[in-house]
Design a protein around this ligand. Structure first.
Ligand SMILES: [Zn+2]
Length: 126
């Protein structure tokens, strides 16, 4: 699995927030960082927890936080109120996906269950 730390080469939630803010205002871009409240559903895409932002881009979720937040580098949105499984369930999902050899095969979409993912692994000889 890849966390926001891997994707953005940052060490912490604070650094991720700074990186987002700096990317939105700097160089040629000037995008307003803004909060979006809503129940966007988290999913795993290519081994990354993300949500689909309203702008059409994917926003990587900071899953280190007790209340996960997703940041969109395309439109500046900071998504709160994400619908995401609790940490313990995420760890189970990640363990089943980690058994797959390749990030390109690591996907989860609600309402898939752990049993669904395990069955998928079994069907593919994992
Ligand atoms: Zn966006």
């Amino acid at each position: 699995m890849q966390s926001y730390r891997d994707v953005f080469a940052v060490e912490s939630s604070e650094e991720y927030e700074r990186r987002h803010r700096n990317m939105c205002s700097g160089g040629k871009r000037e995008i307003a960082v803004h909060v979006v409240l809503g129940n966007r559903r988290a999913r795993v895409d290519h081994a990354r927890w993300l949500i689909d932002c309203g702008c059409g881009s994917g926003a990587i979720i900071d899953t280190d936080l007790d209340t996960p937040v997703a940041r969109c580098f395309e439109c500046g949105a900071v998504h709160h109120g994400i619908e995401i499984p609790p940490r313990s369930e995420r760890r189970e999902i990640e363990a089943v996906l980690d058994a797959r050899g390749d990030d390109r095969l690591r996907h989860w979409i609600p309402p898939e269950t752990i049993a669904d993912l395990r069955a998928e692994n079994t069907r593919h000889g994992v």
